[in-house]
Structure formats: C-alpha cells, structure tokens
Design a protein around this ligand. Structure first.
Ligand code: SUD
Ligand code: ADP
Length: 290
C-alpha cells in the first residue's frame, strides 16, 4: 500500500504558557502543503517492523516515528504478522515541517487499513499524540487551529489558494532545544491569531499574511541569522509575507502570483543561501489519505 505523508507549515505560532511537565501550550494555525514523503507499507508473515529509507542518516529502528506509530497500533490490536515500510523522504529533516510526524500519521493510516482495525481518523488522532504533538494534526490535515500541546484541533475555513516557496538553510534544528530555550513569560510580541482566524473566515490572503507571526523565531533566528536573510529575500521578491515554520529553520513565503513565485524561487536558488528550495501550493482537499 502506497501512502503520501504531507508536510505542514505554521501560518501562526503562539506559545501561551509552559506546563509543569515541560511541554508548552500553544495556539497555532496549521496548513498542509503539497510537499510529501512516500511510504510503501506491506504485510509480512514474520512479526516485527522493518524499515528501509533513501536517507542514510535517519534511524530505521524504534527511534523512527514510523516504527513508534505502527507499533502503538500493532501492540494494542495484538497483530501477529509484521510490516515492511519503505520510506522515501523528500520533506527536509529536522526542519520545522513535521516530516517525521506526517510519516507517523501515514503509518497509522496504513496499519489501520492493512489489518482492518476499523478505527476512524478521529480514533487514530486520539492515540497518535503519544507519538508526537504534531501527529494528530498530520492525520487531520488542511487548515486548522491547534491548541493544547498541538493536539486540540479545530478545522478552519481553508486557506485561500496560493503559492508557497520553501527555503531551508543548510542547518538542522531540534524542536526540543528551541522550546527549552524559549522563556514563555518573556515573549515580547504575540502574533494576533484571532485576526488570522478572521482572515481565514473572510478568505482574505492579505489579511492572513499581515498577521503572520511565530514566537519561536525569537530563539532560532539569533542562532541562525541566515533565516532572516531568506525571509527578507522572499519579501524583496514579491512574497505577500514570509516567516519561519515551526521551530525552524525552514522559511516559507506566500505568493498570490505564480510568475512572481517562480521568479523568487529561481532567484533564491541562485543565492545559494538556502539548500532546499521548492515551490509548491497549499493543500486543502482534506478527506481521504492516499
Ligand atoms: C514546533 C512545532 C510546531 O508545529 O513543530 P516542528 O517545528 O517540530 O515541526 C510543534 O509544536 C512540535 O511538535 P512535535 O515535533 O510533534 O513535538 P514532540 O515530538 O511531541 O516534542 C518534541 C519536544 O518539543 C517540546 N514541545 C513540543 C510540543 C509542545 N507543544 N511543547 C513543547 O515543549 C518538548 O520538549 C518535546 O520534548
Ligand atoms: N520518519 C522520520 N523522518 C525524519 N526524521 C525522523 C523520522 N523518525 C524519526 N526521526 C528523527 O526525528 C528528528 C526530527 O525529525 P523531523 O520530523 O524531520 O523534524 P521536524 O518536526 O522539525 O520537521 C530527526 O532528527 C530524526 O532523527
């Protein structure tokens, strides 16, 4: 069975407070984009989970989020057989795009279908937060408000169609490191998530873009100033707005004009400040995972 694991960007990311257990309560506007990893999942007679991948530096053992997600369901339902998973990664790793979380979500969809477990997407979402805070959203997809640690989700009116330019500098960022460095009581400026919600309600891309903000930039950008350079480059080349996604270091720029987006993409490639440069669109089909 072949499945696509789609990447996300955070159109807005606010941190409300730090909890006793170290996790942070957030208010985020999530958006799925048309950039994806591909999973080929099949049943094998012998028990166990065997993972192969095109990237030599990511784990193929129980540290892979695909392994964790599949094992969670296979243990609960006492599945006797095993699975093989071939994971073709195209989403940048440790980039703030939820690549691993989305692979985990796809693995849960796959195991549920292959073994006929009969769980609804909602039931998978409830279990998936154990694998990672972003996994429930990766199961839901589309435009959504995420609260709690990211697992309390409300589907929102879809983000207006637009072009999304991705630029990832050649550095990797650990989500844990960024949250640990953030002082939640000292956030200078909180993004106006409610204004963004209005923008979505009115289907107004400019209104949404105007209020984009990510409090984690205050940790990641001082560590990697190249992020600011990429943002500025996108804005100078016609982006309606540009911002860091999640804990970074990936920057995305939103464009309402295809020609401008293509020119900005070419110009960013030429600078070589970003290693991965990719032009895509927002994904709003929702519904069925394929
Ligand atoms: C920042 C965000 C924004 O969408 O995404 P990424 O940059 O990772 O893509 C998420 O909040 C990341 O979610 P996710 O990557 O699933 O987090 P987890 O694996 O559950 O947690 C990794 C570490 O981040 C911290 N963490 C995570 C989520 C949260 N709400 N508060 C936290 O403090 C915890 O220290 C945890 O040990
Ligand atoms: N399926 C997976 N794909 C990518 N990384 C994974 C996966 N499973 C576990 N990891 C580990 O998780 C770390 C962060 O993964 P990733 O999901 O790409 O980060 P982010 O959520 O910031 O985009 C990596 O450094 C990698 O070692």
């Amino acid at each position: 069975m072949r499945l696509r694991a789609l990447a996300k960007i955070n159109l807005g990311l606010d941190v409300v407070r730090k909890r006793e257990d170290g996790y942070h309560e957030v208010r985020m506007i999530m958006q799925t984009i048309n950039m994806y990893d591909q999973l080929e999942i099949d049943i094998k007679e012998e028990p166990g989970i065997s993972i192969t991948t095109n990237l030599p530096f990511i784990p193929t053992n129980e540290n892979n989020l695909v392994y964790k997600a599949a094992q969670l369901l296979m243990d609960e339902f006492k599945v006797k057989k095993g699975i093989t998973v071939d994971l073709q990664k195209f989403i940048p790793v440790a980039a703030g795009m939820a690549g691993g979380s989305s692979d985990a979500a796809a693995a849960m969809i796959g195991v549920n279908r292959l073994f006929g477990l009969g769980l609804t997407v909602r039931e998978l979402m409830e279990r998936s937060v154990k694998v990672g805070a972003d996994v429930p959203y990766c199961l839901l997809r589309g435009t959504a408000l995420a609260e709690g640690i990211g697992e309390k989700l409300r589907a929102l009116p879809p983000c207006p169609d637009c072009y999304v330019l991705i630029g990832k500098p050649p550095v990797s960022v650990s989500t844990k490191f960024v949250y640990e460095k953030l002082d939640a009581s000292e956030i200078a400026e909180h993004p106006e998530i409610d204004r963004m919600l209005e923008g979505l309600q009115w289907h107004n891309l400019n209104r949404i873009a105007e209020h984009m903000g990510n409090v984690l930039e205050s940790v990641t950008i001082p560590a990697y100033p190249v992020i600011e350079e990429i943002k500025q480059h996108m804005k100078d080349h016609g982006a309606v707005n540009a911002m860091m996604s999640g804990s970074g270091p990936t920057v995305f720029g939103l464009f309402d004009d295809k020609a401008a987006a293509e020119q900005a993409c070419e110009a960013l490639r030429e600078t070589k400040i970003a290693r991965t440069v990719f032009l895509t669109t927002v994904f709003n089909n929702g519904g069925r995972h394929r």
